[in-house]
Structure formats: C-alpha cells, structure tokens
Design a protein around this ligand. Structure first.
Ligand SMILES: Cc1cc2nc3c(=O)[nH]c(=O)nc-3n(C[C@H](O)[C@H](O)[C@H](O)COP(=O)(O)OP(=O)(O)OC[C@H]3O[C@@H](n4cnc5c(N)ncnc54)[C@H](O)[C@@H]3O)c2cc1C
Length: 379
C-alpha cells in the first residue's frame, strides 16, 4: 500500500534521485519537468562523482553512500560508470604540503596514496613532470556520462511506476497541490522542489532570503584522443585544492592561495580550476570557471577558455586539444559557505538547491535524508 503521493518538480539529478528513493520507500511519485528532457546542470557537468571534494564527516559519508547508489542504479538502468579514482597533482611546494596535510589528517578513512614523481610517471604517463612535487591518488572517484545516465534513470523511474511528465512547467504551489502552466493540478502529501537555478518562479522571496548567488561555469569537450591515450584517472592540480571545501582546513591552503593569486591572478579572478575527465569515447571533458551574477551575457569567452587550457597544460600532456564542443552550466551557490540549501517554505514542501559543484556526488545521500524525514504520510 502506498504511503501517499509525492510530487517532485524538476528532473535533474536531485529530482530523479528523490523520485527513485521515494518510490522505493513506498510512496506514489509524480515527477514534473518543464523541458522535454533534463537540460539543466545535471547534464552539463563533468560527471565526476567526487567524494574527495567533500568535507570529512556527514558530507563525505553522504558522498560515499551516493557512490554505492550510483553503482546500483547504473546496473539497474543500464548505463556505465568509469571508475579509476582521482589524481591531485602538486606543481608547487605549497600544494604538495596541502596534499600531505590532507592525507595525514584523514588517514583513517580510506587509503589515500601520496606519490613521488617517479611513481606518478610510471602509473600516469600523461601527468606533466617538470616542476612536479608529488600527487595524491584517491581510489573512490568515478566518472559518469551525465546525459546518458539521466535519460536512462528517467526510463528506469517510469518502468518502476513513477509518473514522469516532461514539458510540464509548474507555475504555482497551493497548500496541497501544484498547478502547471496548462492549469492541470497535482495534489501531494509531500512536495519536493528541485528546480536547480530557477529562483524567480516558485517561492522567490524565500530563495532571495537564503543568501544565494547564481554561478555560471564555462566547459568544453575535446575531440576523442588518439587510440592508446588513456588519462588513467581524473586529474586535477594546484588550483583545485583552493576550490573544494575538503582542503579548506589544511594549514597550507592559505599559503597556496596567496601564491596562486600572485602567479595566476586572471585564473583566480575568473574562478578557474581545472578538472580533466576522460569519457568512454576518448574525449576529455575540461573546465571550469566560476562567474557570479544574477544574469549572464550570452557569449562564451575565448579568454576564459584559454585560461582553462593554459592551466591544463601546466599539469597534463594531452595529445589533441582541439575543442569539439563548448557549453555553460549554471547553478545556485550559497554565499555563506553552505554546501546545500534545504528550505521548507510551507509544511510538507521541501526545496533543495545550491549543491554547487557537488550535486551529482551528494544527490543520493540527500534524497535518502529527505525521504527518511517524511516518514509516513502526514495527510
Ligand atoms: C559545469 C558544471 C560542472 C559540474 N560538475 C560536477 C561534478 O563533476 N560532480 C558533481 O558532483 N557535481 C557537479 N556539478 C554540480 C551538479 O551538476 C549540480 O549540483 C546538480 O546537477 C544540480 O542538480 P539539480 O537537479 O538541482 O539541478 P538541474 O540539473 O539544473 O535540474 C533542475 C531541473 O528543474 C527543472 N525546472 C526548473 N523549474 C521548473 C518548474 N517550475 N517546473 C518544472 N521543472 C522545472 C529544470 O528544467 C531542470 O531540468 C557541476 C555543475 C556544473 C554546472
């Protein structure tokens, strides 16, 4: 017997993860998506499942739980994951110090490996050796091709009995029902709003008060690399250590940031840090930059793209850097350092947003938490 009716707004990864989790917990679920298919941040990202970017404690636990869920769901929905871990390369002494501090502070959790340059050269021949001080290898990180995964997951939801309506914008929320742009109403016992960076339609006042900023990220994909080139893992470098909260508490992070600000002021000004992730067709997904505003100019910036490629060339040798595709992604980010924002604008209405650059990683853990909080129906 159903526990009641859950309505979910938004078929990005947050909405879909909640839909599957709620369906498995015994709820009847309807998922409403304004576009004809998912087109938001969830299909514009690197597709890296990235526990190493999460702070140790509940957030990392959520990420590791999410990794397990991604594996189960990939098997059930028929898409593939590309395990292989991540390699954080240090080309500055300060970055090497951050990695050593990070590995020491968190030694009990998983087997991080600190690698000297000779070992890096043997195991990861694409890593650039000049100036290399060392690297941290972490085995957990995994790549998923987000557009295929989101499509396959939506099909799995439908096969499991979730009612999915694409092309169905929700324009109004009542106490126990939502209304779509065509006037159709769906009543709910619980409503989950996972509308990504949409701030202006549903509960705009609550979102405006939640200290959020829109962030635009510039991304690209290279042509498939020549046969035989295997990045071997997800690679990042010094700039990334200043980006994720996981490294915030390492004593040397501030020194690294000061040095990078002096040496690479334009990269810092545009929020450039570089992740290189190889997908099954051999292409590399590369990015990104971080630009904060309410609205953005429509153009991609060639100078920002060059900053990303310049940073990439400093830590990895890629045979063919011709760009096959460029795009932007946007999300909401907390301006006061929260890694997820969960609002309850009304009883039985939950809004989830501002997962920043970790939404793919944290979605399943967050969905577990939300669905557990519903217990049984309150109707
Ligand atoms: C460039 C980039 C790189 C990233 N890289 C990573 C990464 O490697 N690893 C990682 O973990 N995370 C990454 N992220 C973050 C991650 O992609 C996001 O946190 C996550 O996708 C957010 O999911 P979401 O479902 O909240 O939003 P979205 O995917 O944006 O989905 C929101 C959905 O809601 C729909 N919607 C909005 N309003 C309505 C309405 N009124 N009615 C109906 N539907 C509506 C939209 O059409 C959209 O489909 C990255 C993000 C970007 C932009």
């Amino acid at each position: 017997m159903s526990k009641g009716h859950v309505v979910i707004v938004g078929a990005g990864i947050i909405g879909q993860a909640h839909a599957l989790t709620a369906q498995e917990a015994g709820w009847t679920v309807t998922l409403l998506e304004r576009d004809g298919r998912p087109l938001g941040a969830s299909v514009r990202n690197f597709g890296t499942l990235w526990p190493i970017g999460c702070t140790f404690g509940p957030e990392r636990e959520q990420a590791l739980f999410g990794l397990g869920r991604w594996q189960e769901v990939a098997a059930a929905a028929g898409f593939t994951l590309r395990p292989g871990g991540s390699l954080s390369l240090a080309h500055r002494a300060e970055a090497w110090a951050v990695l050593q501090e990070f590995a020491t502070q968190n030694r009990s959790d998983v087997e991080f490996e600190l690698l000297e340059p000779a070992a890096i050269a043997r195991r990861f021949p694409a890593a650039r050796l000049p100036g290399l001080q060392g690297a941290l290898f972490s085995p957990a990180e995994t790549v998923v091709h987000s557009p295929s995964a989101l499509t396959a997951l939506a099909a799995l939801l439908q096969a499991r009995g979730v009612v999915v309506h694409f092309g169905t914008p929700v324009v109004k929320v009542y106490d126990n029902a939502v209304e779509t742009s065509t006037g159709q109403r769906f009543s709910f016992d619980h409503l989950l709003i996972a509308a990504g960076d949409e701030m202006r339609l549903l509960f705009p006042e609550e979102l405006a008060a939640a200290h959020l900023s829109r962030c635009r990220l510039q991304m690209m994909r290279t042509v498939p690399q020549p046969a035989g080139f295997d990045l071997g893992t997800i690679m990042v470098s010094d700039l990334t250590l200043c980006h994720y909260p996981a490294f915030r508490d390492c004593p040397s992070t501030a020194k690294l940031r000061a040095r990078l600000t002096a040496e690479l002021p334009q990269h810092l000004a545009w929020g450039v840090h570089v992740i290189a992730a190889q997908h099954p067709d051999g292409s590399l997904v590369l990015g990104d930059s971080h630009e904060y505003a309410d609205d953005f100019a429509p153009d991609s910036r060639a100078d920002v793209e060059e900053l990303i490629l310049d940073a990439l060339r400093q830590f990895v040798s890629v045979p063919d850097l011709r760009v096959a595709a460029r795009w932007h992604g946007t999300y909401l980010k907390s301006t006061v350092g929260q890694t997820q924002v969960i609002l309850q604008p009304r009883p039985r209405v939950t809004m989830v947003t501002a997962m920043g650059g970790l939404g793919m990683t944290l979605s399943w853990g967050l969905a577990r938490q939300t669905v557990q909080s519903w217990g049984t129906t309150t109707a």
